[in-house]
Design a protein around this ligand. Structure first.
Ligand code: HEM
Length: 385
């Protein structure tokens, strides 16, 4: 996509997309301004069921209401309240406490691959690491994680860039309804869940009535599933792929593992899974010479901003030693990713373990996902010595 971004950016950092009827922000500085500006609202959710019959609309209205209550689609004060509650699970102490367990599980995952000298990077590793983490944070039974992969993929497909025809959306909506029913059942038998995990914190807040309603509780469970799982999986696999394509950078990291934290920043800039976030202008605004009308939809291309040559010299080069590197991969402003430190830790540990274990890796198969909301590989396997 990066060649296309450069081509579009020649028209300016902010362009009008006639086809989609919205503004697209391609420049880094403009993207920062929009994400920082409270005149842009995050309430952009609409699932266009207009082609649907009334009975379908009625059937899925509760589901759509739950999805619209996810915090990244909310403005203050609702957003502030929801974020405050969920943030309790993401304190530096809580995150640090997960380090040993993440390290152990990444090591275990690679043991089997070691015997076979073959690794299905996505299914045997990149999906597994963040899945275990999110299951622990929420405090849901580990054996249920087998359902999470399908639900996360279905949500990703549902919100993809070009909306699917209705007939293809219905099975996805059905699948998300199952996910919601799953969390409903879990909340119902809450006594059996661990006491100090995020789900219990949220349930208690909901029971106290004024701090969280049922839709917000369910929306938050689903958000963590989508926001925390496939994103991190894709960064692990995209990063490994990028390093395999740049053997000198991979060698450098093997020799100097202490460079990993800054390498992760660069890998997040170079090829991150979330390429777009959306906002809506709440009033008429001027932005870098463009006039944005009240109500206009604005797509902020994080992928393009991260490759803006005005901000990042030689943006399409991977340079793990890059200085002054502040990509927008985790967003910016009040919606800045709540799981950023946790995700960085997971990615660092995952890459460190992969670099230790994979000797002379050779890509056997690699296929990119197309059209999904998240940018990443659909198939990726390796053999090694
Ligand atoms: C928000 C990216 C991992 C939880 C966001 C946003 C981005 C992002 C770009 C801002 C959305 C917006 O402005 O509209 C990523 C990437 C990840 C990652 C690239 C992996 C490398 C995680 C993890 C969690 C998480 C591991 C939690 C377990 C959240 C939450 C929000 C969010 C709750 C909403 C914050 C708010 O609206 O205030 N993420 N994320 N993310 N992320 Fe992440």
């Amino acid at each position: 996509p990066y060649a296309l971004y450069h081509c579009l950016r020649e028209k300016g950092p902010i362009i009008w997309d006639k086809q989609l009827n919205c503004w697209t922000i391609l420049g880094y500085r403009a993207a920062m301004s929009v994400l920082h500006d409270s005149h842009f609202s995050a309430q952009v959710f609409h699932d266009d069921l207009s082609e649907a019959t009334q009975s379908l609309q009625d059937q899925y209205a509760p589901l759509l209401s739950i999805l619209s209550h996810m915090m990244f689609l909310q403005d203050p004060p609702h957003h502030t309240r929801l974020r405050g509650l969920v943030a309790r699970a993401f304190t530096p102490r809580n995150i640090e406490a997960m380090r040993t367990q993440i390290r152990q599980s990444t090591q275990q995952l690679l043991e089997k691959a070691h015997v076979e000298k073959h690794l299905d990077v996505l299914h045997d590793f990149a999906f597994q690491v963040p899945m275990k983490v999110i299951v622990d944070i929420l405090g849901v039974p580990h054996e249920d994680s087998k359902f999470f992969l399908k639900w996360a993929h279905d949500l990703d497909a549902l919100v993809q860039e070009v909306p699917l025809p209705l007939a293809e959306r219905i099975p996805l909506l059905q699948s998300i309804s199952e996910c919601i029913d799953y969390f409903r059942r879990l909340i119902h038998r809450r006594q059996k869940l661990p006491q100090d995990n995020l789900l219990q914190i949220l349930i208690r807040a909901e029971e106290q009535g004024d701090r969280l309603n049922k839709d917000e509780l369910l929306g938050t469970c689903i958000l963590l599933l989508v926001a925390g799982f496939l994103t991190t999986s894709h960064v692990i696999s995209n990063s490994l792929y990028a390093l395999l394509e740049h053997p000198s950078q991979m060698r450098l990291l093997r020799q100097h593992p202490d460079l990993l934290p800054q390498a992760v920043t660069e890998l997040l800039r170079y090829d991150s899974p979330i390429h777009e976030v959306a906002r809506r202008a709440t009033c008429d605004l001027h932005l870098q010479g463009q006039q944005i009308g009240a109500g206009a939809q604005v797509i902020i291309s994080l992928g393009a901003a991260n490759h803006d040559p005005e901000q990042f010299p030689h943006p399409d080069h991977l340079d793990v030693l890059r200085a002054e590197n502040r990509p927008l991969s985790f967003g910016h402003g009040i919606h800045y990713c709540l799981g950023a430190s946790l995700a960085r830790m997971e990615i660092e540990i995952a890459l460190e373990t992969l670099l230790q274990h994979l000797h002379n890796p050779v890509i056997e198969e690699a296929e990119w996902e197309s059209g999904r909301a998240l940018h990443g590989l659909r198939k990726f396997s390796l053999s090694f010595d």
